[in-house]
Design a protein around this ligand. Structure first.
Ligand code: F6P
Length: 498
């Protein structure tokens, strides 16, 4: 599967890129790996030559790096190995409105069904301005992709026998497929959604024209991919309900204004070899030893998330508190490691959410801590090796999102586990489609059920825990990123570009 790109030039586009730069006090720019599920999935395939990854410059360091690079293209040496990267220096006011106001405060909230509907959303004149910025941001990506497609096409001729394929990622870039199709008719286009898709009754909250523009934007692609059948079906239902698009009997193809888009389910999994190798590095081993020391061999419940509203960290902590109240035998015998690294702190909801998580953690400590036993270790800073170390020694992984496109932690935990872990998993995570047979499934809103599942997971005998963990790991490895990506390119091989 390593040669996914071999017979054509491949372009990737996403808001967040594989690296991010920071400028040190001496003015020197240093590169760090980008975060999140989409980036980790794509980074695993990014060493392949012949790819160009187009992303937004997110930090001042990124902007400086982009301006220094010839034509904005950082080659693989600039980004510490991997693919060539083109960072788009989008004007900050456009970027802010597109990323914060539309992508993360509107589309993310719709797809994850996060609105407190008596109060939000409320679409007024400010939103019209934000939406215009979102269009501009998508246009800038489409223009960069069209230019790269022309450059990558031998002889520069549209319709050349060697296809140029653009694989566009996520809700930030939902308008770009249609825009690129108009600018570059010879390019084969795939779009992939890393989020859930909202069902029509929730999606209709968007202003009518905006809702239609988003759907038509994605249908500009030749192939639209989703992480599980449930999200793909919701998208297709929205296309039928709001565009009047024609959907074939099994929801595998949507036809709109004479263009056919195939619909695919590509459940992103984990490259186990690469992950285990990273988790054997010295920085992870040091942290593993420190965590074992700090928790003195007690049972461990582990969670690792962005501090993200949809991850449901507050109800997870409530469930842990209920476990300690209703099953007192665990007091003194279990520690909850809750690692919630910072995310989207430009948005007030996220800052408030982090504060709510910290408040509840303090209450749990006040209620239960005893000399020699700290029931909870909450960390809200980013330490990737520490997260890997925690997954290695977990007895129980808690993954209870309100709604989640996939949730790779649910897959990474069993793969990393040294002695096998039990998985408490939300029915609303895309990963549930593959993992439910061997996980302990919970309704993420049902705190009492989650507390009982934590109890069952802690009490599970070793043989059953090992058996389930092995089965979970096997399922998690079944679609490694290379295959996931190759499948999307393969789907494009079966389309004819008009
Ligand atoms: O699809 C969701 C996603 O794009 C994931 O890749 C990642 O987990 C997250 O959102 C990253 O969000 P942000 O780039 O805003 O930090």
């Amino acid at each position: 599967m390593g040669q996914a790109h071999a017979d054509g030039h491949v372009l990737i586009a996403s808001n967040r890129g594989p690296v991010s730069f920071t400028r040190g006090d001496d003015g020197h720019l240093s590169a760090k790996r980008g975060g999140g599920g989409m980036v980790s999935g794509l980074s695993a395939i990014a060493e392949d030559a012949g790819m160009l990854w187009v992303c937004a410059a997110l930090t001042d360091g990124d902007r400086a790096a982009a301006r220094l690079a010839p034509d904005g293209v950082l080659d693989s040496a600039d980004v510490g190995g991997g693919t060539a990267v083109r960072m788009l220096d989008i004007p900050p006011h456009i970027f802010h409105r597109a990323y914060n106001a539309v992508a993360n405060s509107t589309l993310w909230f719709v797809h994850h069904m996060l609105y407190d509907t008596p109060n939000r959303p409320s679409f007024g004149p400010g939103f019209a301005r934000d939406w215009e910025a979102f269009r501009t941001y998508n246009e800038m990506f489409a223009a960069a992709l069209a230019r790269a497609a022309e450059a990558g096409r031998p002889n520069g001729a549209a319709g050349d026998a060697v296809p140029v394929r653009a694989v566009i990622q996520d809700y930030h870039l939902c308008l770009a497929p249609q825009m690129l199709a108009e600018r570059s008719p010879g390019t084969q286009i795939a779009h992939f959604s890393h989020t859930p898709w909202a069902p029509p009754d929730y999606y209709r909250m968007l202003p009518d024209d905006v809702g239609r523009e988003v759907l038509a934007g994605i249908l500009g692609a030749d192939h639209a991919g989703f992480l599980c059948r449930r999200w793909a079906d919701a998208f297709v239902d929205c296309c039928a309900a709001f565009l009047g698009a024609t959907v074939d009997a099994d929801g595998r193809q949507v036809s709109y204004r004479g263009h056919l888009t195939s619909i695919g389910v590509h459940p992103l999994g984990v490259d186990a070899g690469q992950l285990r190798d990273r988790a054997s590095h010295r920085d992870v081993l040091t942290r593993r030893a420190a965590l074992i020391d700090a928790t003195e061999g007690r049972k461990l419940i582990v969670r690792v998330d962005r501090t993200e509203l949809s991850k449901n960290i507050v109800r997870g902590l409530e469930a842990y508190r209920e476990l300690l109240r209703t099953h007192p035998q665990w007091r003194g015998n279990v520690v909850h490691l809750a690692f919630a690294y910072p995310s989207r702190h430009d948005l007030p909801e996220y800052r408030e959410y982090t504060a709510a998580v910290q408040r509840l953690a303090r209450q749990i400590e006040d209620e239960f801590a005893e000399p020699g036993w700290n029931p909870l270790i909450l960390e809200v800073n980013d330490d990737y090796p520490r997260s890997l170390a925690a997954c290695r020694i977990a007895d129980v992984m808690l993954v209870n999102p309100i709604r989640d496109g996939m949730n790779l932690v649910a897959k990474e935990g069993p793969i990393l586990s040294d002695r096998g872990c039990a998985l408490v998993l939300s029915t609303e995570a895309g990963a549930a489609a593959e993992l439910s047979a061997n996980a302990l499934m919970v309704n993420p809103f049902d705190v009492s059920q989650t507390a009982e599942a934590l109890h069952a997971a802690l009490a599970m005998d070793d043989a059953e825990r090992t058996r389930r963990s092995e089965a979970l790991a096997a399922a998690a490895m079944s679609m490694p990123p290379r295959r996931w990506f190759a499948d999307q390119l393969h789907a494009l091989d079966h389309i004819t570009v008009s």
